[in-house]
Ligand binder design. Structure first.
Ligand SMILES: [Zn+2]
Length: 112
């Protein structure tokens, strides 16, 4: 799969943001460079969301906040039937939603 998800690194101070900020929260810089989100991390917390838009094919969406090994915290879909806080996962990119306009890819986590 060639789809990728990017965080953005401030070119002034190096702070990484995901999702992207218009202005760096640390130094107020306004220029960023993309940085692919990939690798492994640990689940900080997760939740199942049942109130979904009508074009979702699933009954609920399991979302997690994962702290990657570099320290960046990212939100994505957790693909784990038996999730655990602190569990090790790796990032992947997959279809998270399929509205009429075509599939939308997003960040997902799978156990390692
Ligand atoms: Zn900055």
């Amino acid at each position: 799969m060639s789809e990728k998800v990017y965080a953005f690194r401030c070119t002034t101070c190096g702070t990484v943001s995901y999702p992207k900020h218009v202005i760096c929260p640390k130094c107020r810089g306004e220029t960023f460079e993309p940085m692919e989100i990939a690798g492994e991390g640990a689940v900080l917390t997760y939740t199942d969301v049942y109130a979904l838009a009508v074009d979702y094919e699933t009954r609920y969406l399991r979302l997690a906040i994962v702290e990657l090994d570099g320290g960046l915290r990212v939100t994505g879909q957790l693909l784990d039937e038996d999730p655990k806080v602190g569990g090790r996962v790796r990032t992947t990119v997959g279809v998270v939603r399929e509205p009429a306009g075509g599939p939308i890819h997003g960040l997902q986590f799978v156990p390692v």
